[in-house]
Design a protein around this ligand. Sequence first.
Ligand code: GLU
Length: 464
Amino acid sequence: MIITRFAPSPTGDLHIGSARTALFCWLWAKNQRGKFILRIEDTDRERSTQAAVDVILEGLAWLGLSWDEGPIYQTQRFARYQEICESLLAKGQAYKCYCSKERLEALRAEQEAAKEKPRYDGHCRNGHEVVPHAPFVVRFKTPQTGSVVFDDSVRGRIEIQNSELDDLILVRSDGTPTYNFTVVVDDADMGITHVLRGDDHINNTPRQIHILQALGAPIPEYGHMPMLLGPDGKKLSKRSGAVSVLQYREEGILPDALVNYLVRLGWSHGDKEIFSREEMIALFNVHNINVAAAAINPEKLLWLNQHYLKTTPEAEVAKLLAWHLEKRGFDLSQGPDLKEIVLAQRERCKTLVEIADKSQFLYQNINIEESLLQKHFTSEVRPALQAMGQRLMQLNNWTAANIHEVMAAIVTEFDIKFGLIAQPMRIALTGGTVSPPVDVTLALLGKEKSLQRLHYAIGLANSL
Ligand code: GLU
């Protein structure tokens, strides 16, 4: 069985680059009917926060990337790291290093002066007298000859000479384990078969392979993905617009749209752009992740968002819309069925925020500008509007179709153009000149509020 893991460090936002890593790990596990583990790499206690953990959990849940196991917190596994460290020491695969900070600094300065790559020189590697109570770190005994070779599923074969690597620290003098050590212990214990991560970790891989070999653990298949770039092809930054997953939610993006967008950043299947989750799962393969870095494309995201807004069952969109409306403090029980709002608005909107903006009139009192009254409530249309109010009052079954019939009858009776009457009604109901068809708008707003607003606007116009 294949097992993948997403292993974020909870030190900030859930960035879309990380979300893409999570998605690819999730997809590969699903594709192979394997398991996807969520591991929180929180050993850096200074930088890790509960808020960042919450953002990760919330972001993944919102994207629908559910994990089969976890979250497993590294800070809860210190005893295990300690145990493995001791066994490596006992087997002579690791050693205690007593080198002082001063010695290491001097060594570094010397190497820099000689234009050499700074590295530990192995001073304590071959035994050092045990200094009772003196601080020490535990270093891994990296093989000094030969090389490490691995077949990266994205980048192909990679070979690193062992002479390039020094003896890395496994456990610091305060007893805390280092990143490379905890990752290896966890990957081994959790039986990880595929590690997909950003290529900023590529230099760690040979070191991790060495430690895994020392533990006698199988070596996972590694795949290092290129970073995402901004739309300008440069490094992705906050200035490139939203880069955090929850920020996209704030902006009214649908999780399905973001997932579809992310899957195409660095992976493709012919020139297919729209993938349902089932299709993604069926077609995804770690071996055709692109080696070239992908640039984000905000316009494409909006295009996808509009697609999903239009094609997702309205009940599902309604649930997502509820989040936006509630955030604005609206009492949803005072408004129409959200599914009806979605059906009325989605054709003309690109985001849920846009739908929420254009639906505020259903929950809030409105203002009508005097200039709109002057322009649209002319003496020519006012009698027809008056009659409309009366006729609608008698309408019992308040549906868009029935409302439309009433409107059509009035238009014929008063021999007036439909638009001439529809526009002032729209203004009366919403305060603005853009809305779904006016019969639909009346249906959404409900009989009581609609009539109240219509009479109020006619009254205002009469008093001008
Ligand atoms: N915790 C690491 C990070 O957030 C990822 C480690 C890994 O995937 O091996 O960059």
